[in-house]
Design a protein around this ligand. Structure first.
Ligand code: SAM
Length: 243
């Protein structure tokens, strides 16, 4: 009888402990996401051209961006390069997909974002077990060179905001980092370039057409893509098999 009472009390204790903890952890998570949004928004006000958005990608887009990493790797350890991690929305999904010998290099041009990301990696549980295998580099994704080659490049750099030559240089840098073989993933907001073209002056329209042509040439015959509606704005994740 004592044993039964003891079990019931322990079970009750465990349930009430969980009930107390669950809302608190949800509140903490909401606070972390809010902080992330604010940090992102602040940078977008100062550096809109390079930030290219006013809020971080959704977890649905982040998951779509990591599809080749999760589905196309073999048993050997892989190396991932993330271009433009910002406040880490995609980074945390990459981190949870990393296995014990995989490695991630994040290349971020904005030092404020890089600082924020380093702190996030240090403290957030999503990075437990992976943080020792993640390096954050402050620099331009067009110029970064790493020892050895990557297997996956996951790029959130806003190609549609860049001059045509800069967008082409990002794609070329990805191919170089992959050593000519691997998956290059990027995203683009659905419909936005077309909308921008309606109001833009001719030079801006030419630039947008140029970037679109560069991406189309890069992806031709070797890409698959998926629209993610649960992102603001909806976005298309494009996966290009470089070979
Ligand atoms: C649209 S935000 C994406 C941030 C984050 N990956 C996400 O999905 O929420 C673009 C990011 O690319 C970075 N960026 C822009 N140009 C870059 C470049 N040439 N090299 C490296 N990072 C760049 C920006 O600072 C910003 O963090």
């Amino acid at each position: 009888m004592n044993w039964i009472v003891c079990r019931v009390n322990r079970t009750r204790g465990a349930i009430s402990g969980w009930l107390l903890r669950a809302p608190r952890s949800r509140a903490i998570l909401a606070a972390v996401r809010l902080k992330e949004r604010l940090a992102f928004w602040r940078q977008s006000q100062h550096q809109f051209e390079s930030t290219g958005a006013i809020q971080p990608s959704s977890r649905f887009l982040a998951r779509a961006m990591t599809e080749p990493l999760r589905l196309e790797r073999g048993a050997d350890p892989v190396r991932v390069v993330e271009m433009g991690p910002g406040t880490g929305a995609v980074t945390r999904v990459i981190a949870t997909a990393l296995r014990s010998h995989d490695h991630l290099d994040c290349v971020e041009i904005n030092p404020e974002f890089a600082r924020y990301l380093r702190e996030l990696i240090d403290r957030e549980t999503a990075f437990d077990g992976a943080r020792e295998r993640i390096d954050v580099h402050v620099g331009d994704a067009r110029e970064i060179r790493l020892a050895g080659h990557a297997d996956f490049v996951i790029c959130s750099v806003p190609l549609n905001n860049l001059p045509v030559e800069a967008a082409s240089a990002i794609l070329a840098s990805g191919v170089e980092l992959l050593g000519g073989h691997g998956w290059f993933t990027y995203f683009e907001y659905v419909g936005l370039p077309r909308l921008r073209k309606v109001t833009a002056p001719t030079t801006e329209r030419d630039r947008l057409d140029g970037v679109r042509a560069a991406k189309a040439a890069f992806a031709a015959g070797r890409a698959r893509s998926r629209i993610v509606w649960r992102n603001l704005p909806p976005a298309r994740a494009v996966h290009v098999l470089v070979d």
